[in-house]
Structures are given as C-alpha cells and as structure tokens.
Design a protein around this ligand. Structure first.
Ligand SMILES: *[C@@H]1O[C@H](CO)[C@@H](O)[C@H](O)[C@H]1NC(C)=O
Ligand SMILES: *[C@@H]1O[C@H](CO)[C@@H](O)[C@H](O)[C@H]1NC(C)=O
Ligand SMILES: *[C@@H]1O[C@H](CO)[C@@H](O)[C@H](O)[C@H]1NC(C)=O
Ligand SMILES: *[C@@H]1O[C@H](CO)[C@@H](O)[C@H](O)[C@H]1NC(C)=O
Ligand SMILES: *[C@@H]1O[C@H](CO)[C@@H](O)[C@H](O)[C@H]1NC(C)=O
Ligand SMILES: *[C@@H]1O[C@H](CO)[C@@H](O)[C@H](O)[C@H]1NC(C)=O
Ligand SMILES: *[C@@H]1O[C@H](CO)[C@@H](O)[C@H](O)[C@H]1NC(C)=O
Ligand SMILES: *[C@@H]1O[C@H](CO)[C@@H](O)[C@H](O)[C@H]1NC(C)=O
Ligand SMILES: *[C@@H]1O[C@H](CO)[C@@H](O)[C@H](O)[C@H]1NC(C)=O
Ligand SMILES: *[C@@H]1O[C@H](CO)[C@@H](O)[C@H](O)[C@H]1NC(C)=O
Ligand SMILES: *[C@@H]1O[C@H](CO)[C@@H](O)[C@H](O)[C@H]1NC(C)=O
Ligand SMILES: *[C@@H]1O[C@H](CO)[C@@H](O)[C@H](O)[C@H]1NC(C)=O
Length: 519
C-alpha cells in the first residue's frame, strides 16, 4: 500500500469524529482549564496560521494554536516546560501525539512536533524539555552537571519525561476541542526511544501506541559500551582511523553483500554474515608500512592490535572477572562510522555520568573503572534511575498497548542487537510470539534515527506512525513497513520486515519495495 492510501484509509475512519463546538480563542482558553490539579501553570499561547512557523526550513502545513505550560515536580522547585500544538478542528481527528527528546534532553523537539503536525494523520502534538534546561547539560570532563545531582530531575530525564506533562496536555486538548482525544500516541528516537520503553514500563496507561526508534533503553550500560570502545582504541597502535574503518567495511561488504541475493553494497541481515576479521591480518613478511595509513591513505591489512580493537567493538563490553557480556557489540557493516565510539561519546556521556551520577567526584578518572567490581556501582547509582529494562511489559500489553520499534543495523551510537535481545526477552517471558503488542523492524544500512552517512542510497524515512495508527485503531498488525526518501534523492523504496523476517527479493526493480517479500 502506498503511504497516501494509508492516510486516506485513516482519515475515512476518522471522519466519524465530530467535535461538539468550534474551537475557542487560542490566546485565552487555557486560563479556563484547572491546571493546578496537574501541578501545571499556564505560560502563554500563540496562534499560527499555515506557513507561519519555520523549524529548520520546514513550515507548518496547517494553522494551529500553541500553548506553553510548565509542570512543577520533585520537591516542588523542579520545573518541566512543554508545548502543545492544537490544529484547527478540520485538521484534527481526535488523536493526541507526544514526542520525546534526544541526548541529554533539556529542549523541546520542535522538528518532530512539526513532522507529526504535518503528517496528515490529524494529531494535536505535545513535547516537553524533560524537566531541565539544556544549559544544565555541560558535557565534558570534570564539569559539574546540575541535573545529574537532583534525583527528581534524573528520573524526569527518562522515566517521567513524557508522563509528567501528558495528563495536563491531554486536559488542555480536551477543553480546546470540547472532547477528549480518542487515542494517544507517542514517538521518539534515541533518548526518546528509551523514553518510549519507559512509558510502556512505568506509565502503561498513558498511550495506546508507542513508536520507539533507535532506543538507548539500557542507558547505564550503553554508557559503559562507549567507555569500553574508547578504552580499546585509545593507543596509537589500536587507533582505528577512518581509512582503516573504510577498509574494514569494504571487506565486510565484499564478503557478505550478496548473501541476500542482491548486489547493492548492503547487508540485509548482518547476523547471517560469517566474516572473519582475522582474514584481514597483515602477513608478517608484509611490512608494517603498508598497513600504516599515516604514510599513505591506502590501508591494505590490519595489524594484530587493530584486529583486537575491532574485535572488542564487535563483542561489546564484558566483565573482566567472568567474561559475562554487559551490552551488545556492533554489527557487520557498521564499522565505517565507529570514530564516534573512539572517545567522543565516552567524553560526552560516560565520563560525565560516572563523575556526576555514579561517583559524585569530578576528579574521577574513568581509566580507573574496574570492569568487575565497579559494574554494580553503575547499576545501583545510575541504572535504577535511568534504565528501562523490565522484561515484563504485561501491564502495557494487557490493556491493548502496541509498540513499534525501528533500529538501524549501521547505527553508530547504540548497538543494533539490543532491540533483538529485548524482543527475545519478551518472547521468553510471554511464552512465544509477542507480535500482538511488540514488533521490531531492523533497517539494513540504517543509522541512528535515520540515515547512516555511508549508505546514502538507503531510504531513511520509515512510515511508522501511520502504520501504528492502523494497528491500534483497526487491529491491523504491521508485518512490513515502507521506507522511502534516501538522502541521495533517488526514488528508491525498501521493505522493512517485522523481525525475525527479512526482505527477500522476488522479481522486478531492485529499488522498489514491491519487488520484495518478508519471510
Ligand atoms: C482572543 O483573546 C485575546 C485576549 O483576551 C483578545 O485580545 C483577542 O482579540 C481574542 N481574539 C479573538 C479572535 O477573539
Ligand atoms: C503534584 O505534586 C505533588 C508534590 O510533588 C505530588 O505529590 C502530586 O502527586 C502531584 N500531582 C500530580 C497530579 O502530578
Ligand atoms: C512562551 O513560553 C515559552 C516557555 O517559557 C517561551 O519559550 C516562549 O518564548 C514564550 N512565548 C511567548 C510568545 O511569550
Ligand atoms: C527558515 O529557517 C531557516 C533556518 O532554520 C532559514 O535559513 C530560512 O531562511 C527561513 N526561511 C524563511 C522563509 O524565513
Ligand atoms: C529544591 O528544594 C529543596 C528543598 O526545598 C532544596 O533543598 C534544594 O536545594 C532546592 N533545589 C534547587 C535546585 O533549588
Ligand atoms: C587516532 O588517529 C587520529 C587521526 O589520525 C588522530 O587525530 C588521533 O589523535 C589518534 N588517536 C590516538 C589515540 O592515537
Ligand atoms: C571513507 O569513506 C567515505 C565514504 O565513501 C569517504 O567519503 C571518505 O573520504 C573515506 N575516508 C578515507 C580516509 O578513506
Ligand atoms: C607510521 O607512520 C609514521 C609517520 O610516518 C611513522 O612515524 C611510524 O613509524 C609508522 N609506523 C609503522 C608501524 O610503520
Ligand atoms: C600508496 O598508495 C598507492 C595507491 O594509491 C599504492 O600503489 C602504494 O603501494 C601505496 N604505498 C604505500 C607505502 O602504502
Ligand atoms: C558474572 O558475574 C556477575 C556478577 O557477579 C553475575 O551476575 C553473572 O551472572 C556472572 N556471569 C557468569 C557467566 O558467570
Ligand atoms: C576522586 O577520584 C580520584 C581519581 O579517580 C581519586 O583519586 C579520589 O580519591 C576520588 N575522591 C574521592 C573523594 O573519592
Ligand atoms: C587507555 O585505557 C586504558 C584502560 O582504561 C588505560 O589503562 C590507559 O591508560 C589508556 N591509555 C591512554 C593512552 O589513554
């Protein structure tokens, strides 16, 4: 089905949604809502006609009323700010949508709010700043980060970021339209993906449908994986330069590209790729100069230290005492963007979390981290406050909640297979198939929240939200998803399949999603 057809179907179902009155005055209606019972305070309201708002050169296709309010939480002096966009009644189909945050949060994701407002699905859209200001993020070594010292602000970062403002936002929308929304949806990526898992685990009653993309759900151990990858590449002999990463990715693609029957410099299922990194080892007689890309940009083989470093990143962090794995490693075909893993992410996230949240010691040296005895410190001090890893989402499932996950195989931030591990945990606890409430779509050549820079031909818009709405409102389980709009501007479309199914080429144009089936 083409996306336009999908939207048509949705709108025709929704045309039965009739509002009892014309919308009230945007700038004054909110003062009539008893926001105090939600610990909320009205801030301001502004009416935008179509094309009046410009977010990174994208304009609002429908006119809407914007309301800002704040929520006081914690001991009462913590504050979360949220925005609510209320389109005209003709463009509203009784659907409430909340969007999540990125990274350390502290800002409202207006870009995603605009995507949802413009989607044609008939949403009113809310988004918040997760309870602190971005000016309190201060990433870097030895820097005091205020919000990581305030328990309520830490839990507002992930666990309560969305739940704190959702009841007040729903109440404002109900007053504006004279009727409560019929369905509530959520969409978020990265930190926002983790916030989606937090909603299902901690606030299962708030949303009927959740899209969680590239979720950083086991955040405390994701931070450990950044540290692990940095420590394994921090010497000149273990440094995996861009030229080496390019060389490795090219070799992996040479070995595994055509396993799926299509030669497209893309691996459909990296788990089926049986690549041996040892096959790239320099022979002893070869001469080290040829593997030294500082001499010449041409890399022809990897030294033993470079192979060990690469293996460490494929494997992911493990305990030094008994070898048990602490977070998954990276997948074949993702190597080319690993530079981020070689210190940048550790400095921006792992070190600040260790120094502020875990050890409350700004002089703490992360090279002292003991990969056996110190893991418990991370679990107790950070994990309990920022992770969303319960294998039991029965409260969410039992009331009919639906979760749709996307994860790029070439995501350079969070290891792709964490989402597969989660799916398998749910299958274990619920005794088999969980596709009635949880479906995961792995994206070959997909990056973090969209395109991976090395795969510009891979469609980077995943048609998740319209599919989720059909699933929630019409019970149509999503077995496959359309992806479109690759960064290279081509018209390529691809079929994404509910894991463990993958797309198999049948016949026709290899760049048309209709030429594939999920199996
Ligand atoms: C809406 O209310 C504001 C404030 O009370 C007032 O200034 C404005 O004129 C009203 N707008 C309309 C269209 O009635
Ligand atoms: C309002 O804040 C108080 C104090 O923090 C809290 O106990 C109460 O549950 C909050 N109410 C709502 C509706 O969130
Ligand atoms: C409304 O409040 C928000 C949040 O404090 C602020 O960012 C925005 O500038 C305000 N808008 C107006 C029109 O005052
Ligand atoms: C819209 O915003 C972008 C920056 O985000 C700016 O470059 C562009 O000029 C703006 N367009 C208009 C018409 O104001
Ligand atoms: C918040 O209030 C508590 C107790 O009222 C106080 O101890 C704390 O310092 C305050 N925090 C901030 C950031 O103002
Ligand atoms: C790794 O190589 C890059 C690029 O040549 C360089 O900037 C960086 O300092 C090197 N890092 C180490 C630890 O040698
Ligand atoms: C690595 O590959 C990318 C993408 O093909 C290319 O743009 C870049 O120049 C290459 N870098 C090196 C150092 O070979
Ligand atoms: C790599 O190149 C650098 C710069 O020319 C040189 O100093 C170093 O000795 C070389 N390393 C090896 C292993 O050949
Ligand atoms: C440098 O690269 C060229 C190809 O561009 C290759 O022929 C040559 O052998 C390389 N030399 C060294 C020392 O790596
Ligand atoms: C390794 O040790 C940890 C901590 O004691 C324990 O939780 C885990 O089960 C152990 N794993 C193995 C494989 O022994
Ligand atoms: C803080 O960390 C440093 C470096 O790891 C250590 O030497 C120092 O003892 C720690 N301070 C406290 C109070 O634990
Ligand atoms: C690299 O990390 C290891 C493990 O933490 C540490 O012992 C070593 O000092 C680090 N090396 C450099 C050059 O930073």
């Amino acid at each position: 089905m083409k996306p336009s057809n999908a939207l048509c179907l949705l709108s025709s179902t929704a045309s039965a949604f009739v509002l009892p009155h014309t919308t009230p005055n945007c700038t004054s209606f909110a003062t009539s809502v008893a926001l105090g019972s939600f610990n909320a305070t009205f801030l301001n309201a502004t009416y935008y006609s179509a094309d009046a708002l410009n977010v990174s050169a994208v304009f609002n296709s429908v006119s809407f009323c914007e309301v800002y309010a704040s929520i006081s939480y914690g001991t009462g002096n913590d504050s979360l700010v949220f925005a609510l966009w209320l389109p005209e009644t003709l463009q509203y189909e009784g659907r409430f949508m909340a969007v999540g945050n990125g990274g350390m949060a502290g800002t409202i994701d207006y870009t995603n709010m605009l995507t949802q407002l413009n989607s044609g699905i008939g949403f009113c859209v809310a988004g918040g700043n997760a309870g602190h200001l971005a000016s309190a993020n201060n990433d870097g070594e030895g820097v005091y980060i205020p919000y990581l010292h305030d328990r309520a602000q830490i839990t507002a970062w992930y666990h309560d970021a969305i739940s704190l403002f959702t009841p007040a936002a729903k109440a404002l929308a109900a007053t504006y339209y004279g009727k409560a929304a019929r369905y509530a949806y959520y969409d978020g990526c990265s930190t926002g993906g983790a916030q989606g898992f937090a909603l299902a685990q901690y606030h299962p009653e708030l949303f009927a449908g959740i899209v969680a993309r590239s979720p950083g759900g086991w955040y405390s151990h994701l931070a450990l994986s950044f540290l692990w990858n940095a420590q394994h590449t921090n010497k000149s002999s273990t440094n995996l330069t861009q030229a080496i990463l390019n060389f490795t990715t090219a070799a992996v693609l040479d070995a595994c590209d055509t396993l799926d029957g299509v030669q497209d410099r893309l691996i459909e299922d990296p788990l089926r790729c049986d690549f041996d990194i040892g096959s790239l080892a320099c022979s002893e007689s070869y001469g080290s100069a040829l593997s030294n890309d500082t001499v010449n940009d041409t890399v022809e083989c990897l030294t033993a230290d470079q192979i060990e470093a690469t293996k460490a990143i494929y494997a992911g962090p493990s305990r030094s005492d008994n070898g048990s794995n602490l977070y998954p490693g990276f997948s074949f075909g993702s190597e080319i963007e690993w530079l981020l893993q070689e210190g940048v992410l550790a400095e921006a996230l792992s070190v600040p979390i260790l120094q502020n949240l875990v050890y409350n010691n700004l002089s703490y040296d992360s090279n002292d981290f003991d990969w056996a005895s110190d893991v418990a410190d991370v679990d107790i001090k950070a994990g309990t406050l920022i992770d969303e890893i319960s294998p039991d989402l029965s409260a969410f499932r039992d009331q009919g909640g639906k979760m749709l996950i996307t994860q790029g195989w070439a995501d350079p931030l969070n290891a792709a297979t964490w989402t597969i591990d989660r799916l398998e945990q749910f299958q274990d606890i619920f005794g088999g198939d969980v596709s009635e409430f949880f479906n995961l779509f792995m994206v070959p050549g997909g990056g973090h929240c969209g395109a991976a820079s090395y795969y510009p031909g891979v469609p980077a818009t995943y048609h998740t939200v319209s599919k989720l709405v059909q699933w929630v409102e019409r019970g149509e389980k999503p077995d496959e998803l359309l992806s479109s709009n690759p960064p290279d501007g081509s018209t390529t479309t691809r079929k994404l399949c509910a894991w463990p199914a993958t797309a198999r080429y049948v016949s026709g144009d290899v760049d048309d999603w209709n030429s594939y089936i999920c199996e």
